[in-house]
Design a binder for this molecule. Structure first.
Ligand code: NAG
Length: 352
């Protein structure tokens, strides 16, 4: 018995410790995996509610008002992007015929996208689209980190078309907030004479006609809609805590479980008042690398409520000749030839 039992017992023992070790291994891996997917970060998130604060943690309206009136604010701005404009077409918004523009398009572009800019100038960015509607188109660029040849080409383009603004920060996805705010800064400084400002990426289809219709009466756009309109954008979305995500955000960067309402599309419109409030409020908003979220936070601090409209398509709206009638903007036009074809066809139909 003893002889028989002993080996069994020993094997058993070895087996249990092996199993135990395996369990510990699985357990540790599981914890690591959960951590990787952000499960623990979620546990420590703060509930997003009416107590939302984001540095600067106080009411900023008074400072914003002071700055708007060229007065000294009680607290100095906490986040100014002090980049220099290398290309600065200061004359762009000075026009003897018009003192006020209806819409100024400010297009977020990258140096290498020469053809996209050309397609935009020849389609929705064409400033003389309507003889009685003064429009302006401006491209906002950063710097290419190393390619001097591209820079030389852009300089020639800027001299020719006089519609390029460039500031001296490195152009990259994570610097989009800088690009946007430098755009705001330029507009506030050199182009305050427009009713509306439209911010658009360079891979977007825009129907100028529908933009103008929309700003005349946003609540009733398009007219055929009879059901109640969605006013106020209640888009519920939460930060990515998954560590491999392109959009990964740590708790120290942003502690809440939800984002403030924000506009997801690469296209949005601000009235002049909204532009001024957004710009000066941004100076009291801690830097955040994603520009759409940053603007959502700024809007929240400035008490500006994003207004939702279905016809700004975040994903590319599948194109047919007849389903773009009410489209205001659509993402997904990174091919300049496609933009030109679609836009010309819609223009011929009276939809662009
Ligand atoms: C953003 O631009 C600044 C200024 O040029 C640069 O120092 C920084 O490396 C850039 N950031 C990224 C993520 O490219």
């Amino acid at each position: 018995m003893y002889c028989l039992l002993r080996p069994c017992f020993q094997t058993g023992l070895r087996l249990t410790s092996k199993i135990r070790l395996t369990y510990i291994c699985i357990f540790i891996s599981l914890i690591a995996l959960l951590d990787f997917f952000g499960a623990f970060t979620h546990l420590f998130e703060i509930t997003y509610d009416s107590n939302f604060v984001y540095p600067y943690e106080g009411d900023v309206h008074e400072f914003v008002n002071a700055l708007r009136h060229n007065e000294e604010p009680a607290i100095k701005p906490i986040n100014e992007y002090k980049y220099t404009f290398l290309l600065n077409n200061q004359q762009k918004c000075i026009d003897v015929a018009y003192s006020t523009f209806r819409v100024v398009y400010i297009v977020k572009s990258s140096i290498e996208n020469f053809e996209r800019r050309s397609a935009i100038r020849n389609s929705w960015g064409f400033e003389k689209r309507f003889f009685d509607v003064p429009l302006r188109t401006i491209f906002m660029l950063g710097l290419h980190p190393y390619d001097d040849e591209l820079q030389a080409k852009v300089k020639i383009e800027a001299a020719k078309y006089k519609d390029i603004i460039q500031a001296d920060f490195i152009d990259s996805y994570y610097n989009n907030t800088i690009k946007t705010v430098m755009g705001f800064k330029w507009l506030v400084k050199y182009c305050p004479n427009s009713k509306f400002y439209m911010f658009v990426d360079d891979d977007i289809y825009v129907s100028v006609k529908n933009v103008l219709r929309f700003i005349r009466n946003p609540v009733n756009y398009p007219d055929y809609l009879k059901e109640p309109k969605k006013i106020g954008f209640v888009f519920v979305s939460s930060p990515h805590r998954h560590k491999s995500s392109k959009w990964y955000i740590s708790l120290s960067e942003y502690p809440y479980h939800l984002w403030p309402p924000y506009i997801t599309a690469g296209a949005y419109i601000l009235s002049k008042e909204a532009l001024l409030d957004m710009y000066y409020t941004s100076l009291y908003t801690k830097h955040f690398k994603f520009d759409d979220i940053f603007l959502g936070i700024v809007a929240k601090k400035a008490d500006i409520e994003p207004f939702h409209c279905e016809e700004f398509h975040f994903h590319k709206k599948d194109y047919t000749k007849f389903n773009y009638k009410y489209v205001i903007t659509s993402h997904g036009y990174e091919n300049p030839n496609e933009l030109l074809t679609v836009w010309n066809e819609q223009k011929a139909l009276g939809n662009a």
